[in-house]
Design a protein around this ligand. Sequence first.
Ligand code: PMP
Length: 286
Amino acid sequence: MSKLVWIDGQRVPLAQAKISVFDHGLLYGDGVFEGLRQYNGGIFRPQEHLDRLFDSARAIRLEIPYSASELLRAMEETLAANALQESYIRLVVTRGVGLLGISPANCQRPSVFIITDTIQMYPAELYRTGMAIITASTVRTAPNALSPKIKSLNYLNNILAKWEAIDAGVPEAVMLNHLGYVCECTGDNIFIVRRGELLTPPPESGLLMGITRGVVLELAGKAGIPTRQTNLLRSDLYTADECFLTGSGAEVIAVTSIDKRPIGPGKVGPITQQLSAAFHHYARHG
Ligand code: PMP
C-alpha cells in the first residue's frame, strides 16, 4: 500500500488520512469520484477523467475547490511522492462536513483526497482464460431517477448486483436497464463481437461513459474493426461470438460465459485478444 495520501491540499501518511464521520460523502454517499490508471509513469487520459469528474460534480451541484490542473498536479505529485510508475489512482470529492440531515446546504467545504495504490480487479489468471459472469436481476438505476453518467459515491445499485455475482460464484454481473436492454456491468462496460462487428450499448442505455470504453472504440476504429453502439438484448449476449469488459480497473478482460452459457466456443476470442493487446500497447506507448 502506498504511504502518502493527498488530502485537502496536504500529503499525509496513510494512518493520518482521515475524513470526519460528519462528512456527507460517508453519511449519504454525497460526492463524486474517479478511478484512473498510471502507465509507464504517466496518467492515462487524465483530461477525460477530470472532465467526467467536473461534469459529475456539476450534476450534483458540488463545487470542487480546485481547478482541473491543480488536481492533475496533485495526482502527479502524489504519484512521485510514492515513487510509483504503474498504479491506480482514486480521486474523491465529498460534500464535506455538515450537520446530520441530508441537506447539502450546510456543508461548508468539499473534501478532496487522492489515493495512489495498485489494484487487481480480477485474478491474473482470468486475464488469460476469460471469466464467467451472470446477468443480475438488479436493474441499473433509471437515468431519469439518477443518471449513471454521474460517477457518484453512491454505488449501492451496483453493489446489489455485485452481491448476486458473489452468490453465483463469479467475479462480475451484467445489469440490464429499466427497459430491459443490456446496460453495463457493476464496474465495467460491456462489448460483444458478432460476425466481425464490435457492438456495445449506446450512451442512452443509461451507462457510465467509460473512458476505457471510448479508447477501445477508437482502437477498434483504427484497426478497421466495424463498431456500432446499439441496444442489446440478453439473447444478443448469449449468441455473441465474443464478449469482453472494459474499465480503468479491469482494463480489457474476456467473458467466456454468461449465466453458464458459453460465449462462442467458450474461449477468449481473437478480436478480444487483438483489442486487449492494442489497449495495453496504446496505454504504455501511445
Ligand atoms: N461502469 C461503471 C459502473 C464503472 O464504475 C466503471 C468504472 N469503474 C466503468 C463502467 C468503466 O469506466 P472507465 O473505463 O472510465 O473506468
